[in-house]
Design a protein around this ligand. Structure first.
Ligand SMILES: C[S@@+](CC[C@H](N)C(=O)[O-])C[C@H]1O[C@@H](n2cnc3c(N)ncnc32)[C@H](O)[C@@H]1O
Length: 314
C-alpha cells in the first residue's frame, strides 16, 4: 500500500525548526555519524538523535548501520514537494553565519577522519601486509584478480590435487573440470568443491584425459608436470582437449638441485627451464610461449616457481 502523501503544511512543520534545518544542511554534504554531527553542530546527542528520528520518520534522511555506528545522509529520493521546499529553505539558510560555522566545523570533523586514516597508514606500512593477512587471509588481492577471468570460459584444472585452484576459479568462469590421478586427493577435492554447481571432478591422468576433444578454453597444470614421466605425451593430450586459440598455463618449479624431492614426493623432474618447455610445447602444437619467473615468497622453503603460458592455433 502506498503511503498517503503528506500535506504541504506538515512538510513545512518539519522544516520549521532551526536544528532540523542545520542537520539537513550538514547531511546534504556527506554521510556522517551521530557523534560527528554532535561535534560539528555542538549539540548534545539527545537533541541530535531526537531530530534525526523525526527527519528519518518523514523520509528526509536515510541511515545505515555499520558496526557500532549509524551513518546518516540527506535522502537522495526526496519527493518533488519536499525537494522544492528544501531548495527554498536552504538558499537563505546557507548564507547565515551559523551555517558557515557548522560547515567549517564539519570540514574539521571530516578532515580529522582523514587524518586518522593517514596517521594509521603513516605508521602501518611495515605491518600492513601481516595485518591484511590476519584480517583477510593470504593474498586476497590475487583471489580478487580472478574476477578478471572471462565468465564464459570452460577451464580444466589438470592435476587438481585437493582442488584449491578449482575452488578459486569456479566463482568466475562457466565451468571447471577438475582432473587428478589420485583417488585420495580427489576425495578431499570433492569435499572442498561440494556446493559448486559448475564443477565436475574426474579421476584420470594427464596422459589420457577423461575429457572430450576441444572442450576447454583454458588448461591449467599447477605443480603437476614435474610428476609426469613423459611430459610431451601429456602436453599433446592437453592440446587435444583445448579449443582453437585455447590457453595453457603451466606453473611449476624452475630447474633446481633438490634431489631429496624424488624420494620424498616422487618428483620425476627437478624443475624445468624455458628452452626445454619451448621444445615440448612446440612439438605438442602450442605457440607463443611466455615464460615468466615468479617473484620468490621470502617465507617459502621450496624452489622458485615460473609460469609458462602458450596457446593452440586458431
Ligand atoms: C603437487 S600436487 C599439486 C596439486 C594442485 N595442482 C595444487 O597446486 O595444489 C600434484 C598432483 O598431481 C597429481 N598427478 C600426478 N601425476 C599425475 C598424472 N600423470 N595425471 C594426473 N594427475 C597427476 C597428483 O595426484 C597430485 O594430486
Amino acid at each position: 500500500m502506498t503511503q498517503p502523501r503528506l500535506q504541504i503544511h506538515e512538510r513545512l512543520a518539519e522544516l520549521a525548526d532551526a536544528t532540523r534545518c542545520r542537520l539537513l544542511l550538514a547531511l546534504e554534504r556527506q554521510e556522517v555519524t551521530v557523534g560527528e554531527l554532535c561535534t560539528a553542530l555542538q549539540l548534545p546527542q539527545s537533541t541530535v538523535s531526537r531530530h534525526l528520528k523525526i527527519l528519518a520518520d518523514e523520509a528526509w534522511v536515510t541511515s545505515r548501520a555499520d558496526g557500532a555506528s549509524r551513518w546518516y545522509r540527506l535522502s537522495s529520493a526526496l519527493d518533488h514537494e519536499a525537494a522544492s521546499l528544501w531548495a527554498l529553505v536552504r538558499a537563505p539558510l546557507r548564507e547565515t553565519s551559523s551555517a558557515e560555522q557548522d560547515v567549517a566545523r564539519l570540514d574539521a570533523v571530516l578532515s580529522a577522519r582523514r587524518t586518522r586514516s593517514e596517521a594509521f597508514f603513516a605508521t602501518a606500512s611495515e605491518e600492513w601486509d601481516a595485518l591484511r593477512t590476519t584480517m583477510f587471509g593470504a593474498r586476497p588481492d590475487l583471489l580478487a584478480a580472478l574476477a578478471l577471468l572471462d565468465p564464459t570460459w570452460v577451464v580444466g584444472d589438470l592435476g587438481c590435487g585437493t582442488g584449491s585452484l578449482t575452488a578459486a576459479f569456479a566463482p568466475h568462469v562457466a565451468h571447471v573440470h577438475a582432473v587428478d590421478a589420485s583417488p585420495a586427493m580427489l576425495a578431499t577435492a570433492r569435499a572442498r568443491l561440494e556446493g559448486h554447481a559448475n564443477v565436475s571432478v574426474h579421476e584420470g591422468t594427464l596422459e589420457a584425459l577423461p575429457l572430450a576433444r576441444a572442450s576447454l578454453d583454458i588448461a591449467v597444470l599447477m605443480l603437476v608436470l614435474h610428476h609426469v614421466a613423459d611430459p610431451l605425451r601429456a602436453l599433446r593430450e592437453v592440446h587435444r582437449v583445448l579449443r582453437p586459440n585455447g590457453r595453457l598455463l603451466i606453473a611449476d618449479m624452475r630447474a633446481h638441485m633438490r634431489t631429496e624431492y624424488q624420494q620424498q614426493m616422487g618428483h620425476v623432474w627437478l624443475g624445468f627451464d624455458a628452452p626445454t618447455l619451448e621444445e615440448w610445447l612446440t612439438d605438442a602444437g602450442f605457440t607463443g610461449l611466455r615464460f615468466t619467473p615468479l617473484p620468490v615468497d621470502p617465507d617459502a622453503e621450496g624452489p622458485a616457481l615460473f609460469t609458462a603460458v602458450a596457446r593452440t592455433s586458431f
